[in-house]
Design a protein around this ligand. Structure first.
Ligand code: MG
Length: 273
């Protein structure tokens, strides 16, 4: 099966490991975004990044010359909305173990927030990526869960690709540490869940059948998109497609450069399973 990006009104992009290496843009990102924008295809970044809001991600990408001015929504933007739905009201107290932007986003959603060290009991314990994570914070997280705070994680990604092929630990790594100490149930805000995809489709103003997701993760980008009826292109970066992938991509492409070339030349053959 092959596909043609010209058939879609909107392209949804993963951020870390697809557009962004951790220190710069992947080859082909600018060319593809420029070509899609020229063709009036709506572009939306859909990211499990729990450090940046969509607006901050857009600004950072623009500073690095991405162009095209894509819209963006991250798990930081929607965490408050998710918690309001889960808890069923807007008066929940949320203990945030994450960066300040995550706390600000929860407050913007009308939730009351408290810090990890703050005494008392919260309704929800929200865990996101933060580089101030220590042995002491792990100890505190376990106490909070033990006293009945409902654990919600922004995302379960164990790592994302960094510069020069390094692995950058993600929220899933912090979650794994906590679960090792205190095994418990938890809920997940971001991809592969439907909320971020719903928000991205609303931003683009299109239905699921009019959009295609482009990402490097089979388990979050591809599986999540396909579960809500969005086609998905897996950017393989030369990796073989597993025999039984977590998510079955609609098409596979080696890199954004190849995808840009295929779009500009309408070469369906270069984008195929
Ligand atoms: Mg990724």
């Amino acid at each position: 099966m092959d596909l043609d990006l010209h058939d879609y009104a909107a392209c949804l992009f993963d951020l870390d490991g697809t557009l962004w290496t951790g220190s710069g843009l992947y080859d082909g990102a600018c060319d593809l975004m420029r070509a899609l924008t020229a063709a009036e295809t709506r572009c939306v970044i859909v990211s499990n990044n729990s450090v940046l809001t969509g607006e901050r991600a857009r600004a950072a990408l623009a500073r690095h010359g991405l162009g095209g001015d894509p819209l963006a929504v991250t798990v930081t933007d929607v965490a408050g909305e998710y918690i309001r739905k889960v808890v069923g009201n807007g008066t929940a107290r949320v203990r945030v173990a994450g960066v300040a932007a995550l706390t600000e986003a929860c407050r913007a959603a009308g939730l009351r927030t408290m810090g990890l060290r703050e005494p008392g009991r919260a309704d929800v314990l929200l865990l996101g990526l933060h580089d101030s994570f220590t042995y002491g914070s792990l100890e505190r997280l376990a106490v909070c869960v033990e006293q009945g705070e409902r654990l919600v994680v922004t995302n379960e990604d164990p790592w994302h690709p960094g510069p020069n092929g390094t692995k950058v630990p993600e929220t899933g790594a912090l979650l794994a540490a906590l679960l090792t100490v205190y095994p418990c149930d938890y809920l997940t805000v971001g991809k592969p869940g439907p909320l971020l995809f719903d928000r991205a489709l609303a931003l683009a103003g299109v239905g699921a059948s009019e959009a295609v997701m482009i990402g490097d993760s089979l388990s979050t980008d591809v599986a999540g998109a396909r579960s809500v009826g969005i086609d998905a292109i897996w950017i393989s970066f030369g990796r073989p497609l597993p025999e039984h992938p977590d998510g079955e991509p609609t098409a596979v492409c080696g890199s954004l450069s190849e995808l840009a070339l295929a779009f500009e030349t309408r070469d369906r053959a270069s984008v195929q399973l």
